[in-house]
Design a protein around this ligand. Structure first.
Ligand code: PMP
Length: 435
């Protein structure tokens, strides 16, 4: 036991040395200054129990920088008004900031126009919107919707509902033992019946990056529309919907260091123009009589009711924050952290990493021979380390690997090697408790 603890402590000391050397190298390269970034996230400045918080659950939701918290506060403290219809100045200011956030989402995704950005609650709502408004009116018996084995439930269940409603069928592209879905695997199940392909850009459970551009090409060649679930990609890599060639791209603000309850759907203009509204109510109309209502053009026709104004403005602030850090620097930092974490976790006896794809982002899922994932989560929490345990809303992935759950560490821009070391030390404690 002592030897194990000592080994973990040695590892920490070594890592601290490495980190200093690396910090200097990173500064020289103009890479991100993680210490400065950490100071921008007030939630990191706390202890849980008597331990400093180590937050390794950003794939569930990222912590929020002060700039985001301030932007949200300012809406409620100063520009507190409903948007779009007000002539008074508070309403004009709130509208300007809300629409400014839409423009920021457009720039983040490199969408051609801001009219192609629908502001919604998040990825789940975005996918349901496309399912009900794009797929449902078009599909019938004999049609197929293609998803992959790497989906979050948010990119399975809305399609199953549409299949029930229309008689279409759900078809699944399988993954390899490493947790990769190749373009070949998608091609194997693509057919003239495929009307829509829905796939994740990055898997939340395993971190796998999918070859979205190639898959989109294949789908388009057969006349199928493509929806990309970008919930786990947008926080980690530059996204260019024009380069990807997809028809729809869904994101959640809260994974991107923004508030919960606000996200966006990119939809190609021709498609949004053809699609009927998803919900009816205020805001989304042009004229209303008891006989007939006509609708506003996209994106307004998809935005019934008062939105989460402060949330959307917060997402705008989050996008500014992330872009200021820069995706190149961010990606380099997270790549380093992934390599370090993969090696460090593998060095703990009995730890098995689930999902060994060549291209992974910011997620390490793992099992431990001596403990159920929930016990791992509970014990590492006693050490101040927050990880996620369970099926990660991706039960088919768990089933594929023959497990009910995994433990998952996921990273954000504020994580450093010391966080990984804290997790490794905590995993040694798990062994001490349960081996
Ligand atoms: N897709 C993926 C890949 C996700 O990780 C998540 C959130 N865990 C979702 C969809 C759903 O996102 P939200 O709950 O923000 O709608």
């Amino acid at each position: 036991m002592t030897t194990r603890a000592t080994a973990a402590e040695d590892l920490t000391r070594e890592a601290a040395g490495d980190e200093r050397a690396e910090g200097a190298a990173a500064q020289a390269l103009g890479a991100i200054d993680v210490e400065a970034i950490r100071r921008e996230f007030p939630a990191l400045d706390q202890t849980v129990g008597d331990r400093p918080l180590v937050y390794l659950d950003s794939a569930a939701t990222a912590l929020k920088p002060r700039a985001v918290i301030d932007a949200v506060t300012e809406i409620y403290a100063r520009d507190c008004a409903n948007i779009h219809r007000g002539v008074h100045r508070l309403s004009q200011r709130a509208t300007e900031r809300f629409e400014g956030a839409r423009d920021k989402v457009r720039a983040l995704l490199n969408a051609p126009t801001s009219q192609e950005i629908v502001l919604v609650r998040g990825t789940t709502e975005a996918i349901n919107l496309v399912a009900q408004s794009y797929a449902r009116p078009r599909l019938g018996p004999g049609d197929e919707i293609l998803v992959t084995e790497l989906e979050h439930h948010a990119n399975i269940v809305p399609w199953q509902i549409v299949c029930e409603q229309t008689g279409a069928e759900l078809v699944v592209a399988r993954m390899t033992d490493a947790g990769e879905v190749t373009a070949d695997a998608v091609e194997a199940v693509l057919s003239p019946k495929t009307r829509l392909v829905a796939l994740p850009h990055v898997s939340n459970a395993l971190g796998t990056v999918l070859p979205v551009r190639r898959i989109t090409e294949l789908a388009k060649a057969r006349g199928a529309a493509v929806l990309v679930d970008g919930a786990q990609a947008a926080p980690h890599m530059p996204v260019d919907v024009q380069e990807l060639g997809c028809d729809f791209y869904a994101i959640s603000g809260h994974k991107l260091y923004g508030p919960t309850g606000a996200g966006a759907l990119f939809g190609r203009r021709e498609l949004l123009d053809e699609m009927p509204p998803y919900q009816g109510g205020g805001e989304m109309i042009r004229t209303v009589t008891f006989e007939k209502t006509t609708y506003a053009p996209a994106p307004t026709k998809f935005e019934a009711g008062t939105p989460d104004i402060a949330g959307v403005v917060g997402v705008g602030a989050a996008i500014d924050f992330v872009r200021e850090v820069g995706f190149d620097a961010l990606a380099a930092h997270e790549r380093d952290l992934m390599a370090y974490a993969t090696e460090a976790l593998s060095s703990v006896p009995g730890v098995e990493i689930v999902g060994t794809a060549r291209d992974k982002r910011a997620v390490v899922s793992f099992l431990m021979d001596v403990a159920h994932p929930h016990d791992i989560g509970t014990i590492v929490d006693m050490e101040g380390v927050a990880i996620r345990t369970g099926h990660h809303c991706a039960q088919p992935i768990m089933r594929r690997f023959g497990v009910a759950a995994t433990a998952r560490a996921s990273f954000g821009m504020y994580n450093n090697r010391a966080d990984v070391d804290a997790l490794v030390r905590a995993l040694w404690r798990v062994r001490e408790f349960l081996a």
